[in-house]
Design a binder for this molecule. Sequence first.
Ligand code: ADP
Ligand code: ASP
Ligand code: MG
Length: 475
Amino acid sequence: MKTLVMKFGGTSVGGAPAVTQAAAIVMEQAQAWERLVVIVSAMRGGPRERGVTDALIQGARTAASGDGQTYPALVTDLRVKHTLAVAELLADADERTALLKALDAYLDEFAVFCHSVQVLGEVTPRAMDAISSLGERMNARIVAARLRQDGLRSEAVDATELIVTDRRFQQAAPLMDLTRARTQARLLPLLEAGVVPVVTGFIGATEDGITTTLGRGGSDYSASILGAALDADEVWTWTDVDGVLTTDPRIVPDARVIPVLSYSEVGELAYFGAKVLHPKTISPVVERGIPLWVKNTFNPTCPGTRIVREPESTPGTVKAVSAIKGLSMVNVEGRGMMGVPGIAARTFAAVASQGASVLMISQASSEQSICFVIPTDAVAGVIAAIEEEMALELARRDIDRVWSMDDVVIVTAVGAGMRSTPGVAARLFGALAQKQINVVAIAQGSSECSISLVVAADQATEAVRQIHAEVINGK
Ligand code: ADP
Ligand code: ASP
Ligand code: MG
């Protein structure tokens, strides 16, 4: 039985015209595949617009700070937005009334949650997940209703019934064995009956049924989790660009679509800031070798990007460049560190104690410094933790200081063809030197298909453009 899992991102189902287009794509694929599962995000008007999820989060945050005005206004905005879409999408009065009633119930829930948050004066991660999950719940119902109108048998399904996660609210990880069992038990009977389930992206639930979310942009991850759970033949994510591009089109408007990438190449790109796929999307499909496609809802005849196990590479070529912002580089320095075993291990244990994730590490070969890059909002806690751990070394002056360089960006060049090809780093440095861009640190990804450079934030855009122009386009 050929199974396809397709996910539509926020702009791809961001209003009546987009939903109409997405529904046409679903209708077409429903003819071509024996089993089809659709996953949807919450609505987002356009690539640069604030989406429904952002509005829900804003409602919760403002309520927590004691503001009782903003969330009711947001409820009104969201009601107008969803009602307009439903009015345009559905002709049948009964379907429309039933759907609007369901949407109203979710919006009332939003208002009640925000009111409680305001009374309590804080929003816990668990409450935030309950609130931010509402956009997907509303949109899954809208899309399923539209598909029914188009003549397909379709039913909205909450991923809380399918994806079982741990209790790390806002950043939950799936428990794959349980997820597989529940997904198959709930979806297979529908699929066998020829029904197309429309599942909420982004969300899951703990074993005891408390709503969690997989992290911002997590609907891509939902698609690959469900693809793996159903042993799908392919997973497609539909978005608002032609596929994975050579770089962020908001930085370089003439970025080109990359026809084929390997899991590790796209994994590096996503990890280092390419928003087109959530960084965790790759891992569930890798094990089973399920091909992943990224396609454009608004240009469906363009084949998009195919992501598979084996890289297709020409030696020495760089395929794409990405950038990730909001970072700081922490330095642990001192001549007395040389040859002392365990300094690096203790440093990173201190970092881990703060729950900070390290994006990149580089150590000077003289062993006189360790430097690593972390999100800026974790810096104060991390430096304090290292200073405490190294109190003795600092007192003895084996370590001179622990400090951070803020406002840095990691720019990452990706391409399997870079593997064991000398000279790629030199070409990257050369391209940046032409524009007097200083490289603060460098590291090579463990998969050997990426090189990351740290540059000052105010030079990052220029750095990406320069690498795109000189190294990717210039070859
Ligand atoms: P969706 O809502 O469909 O998940 P996202 O906004 O999350 O869409 O991701 C798609 C966006 O990612 C594109 O509109 C583009 O601006 C941005 N982007 C950043 N880097 C890349 C890249 N290398 N290739 C394609 N898109 C990218
Ligand atoms: N709607 C969620 C978000 O805005 C998930 C997603 O779009 O993938 O983060
Ligand atoms: Mg996305």
